[in-house]
Design a protein. Structure first.
Length: 178
């Protein structure tokens, strides 16, 4: 029996951008609203999850979005970027690195295996693109996400600032060799 869950590469279209904007807004708010002020959340969401911003990200040739779909509904996604400089000296991006910039799953789908399916597909994509390293940033206080990434073999290599509105937070930079 085949699973109704599908992981597909997103088409670079305005309707997909609108879906990503809505889902990104929803999942970021579900995960972080309780630990940020309403003003900081509103500023971050407006800056990062407009349909126009998502369309620009979709059309970036170094970026790939993987969509987790159940039937026709998008319930999670991963944003991947090749040539990432995360964790390196400024201006020292390398082509054999893939960054998982986002791995977002709707709250009602957390614990179902969707996140793991997206992660496995992201790692497969990294190997397909001949990447030797995968990196990501995760908020230092997001224990659930940290445990998830550690199960996949990611280990901390540093920190960087992550701004939510006017609040500057600390993200851990995690790395996994392939």
């Amino acid at each position: 029996m085949t699973s109704p869950l599908r992981i597909t590469v997103a088409k670079r279209t305005a309707p997909v951008a609108a879906q990503l904007a809505e889902l990104g807004h929803q999942t970021f708010q579900e995960t972080f609203a309780a630990t940020n002020t309403a003003g900081d959340m509103a500023a971050f969401l407006a800056e990062n999850f407009s349909p126009a911003k998502q369309l620009a990200e979709l059309q970036d040739p170094k970026t790939t979005f993987l969509l987790g779909q159940m039937v026709q509904e998008v319930i999670g996604y991963a944003k991947l970027r090749t040539g990432s400089a995360l964790g390196l000296e400024p201006r020292k991006a390398v082509d054999d690195r893939l960054e998982i910039e986002r791995l977002y799953v709707r709250e009602d789908w957390i614990g179902t295996g969707l996140g793991a399916s997206l992660m496995r597909r992201a790692l497969e994509e990294a190997r397909t693109q001949s990447c030797r390293t995968v990196v990501l940033g995760v908020w230092e206080h997001n224990q659930r996400a940290l445990a998830f990434y550690q199960r996949f073999g990611f280990r901390p290599i540093g920190t960087h600032e992550f701004r939510v509105g006017n609040d500057i937070q600390t993200d851990l930079i995690l790395r996994k060799g392939l």
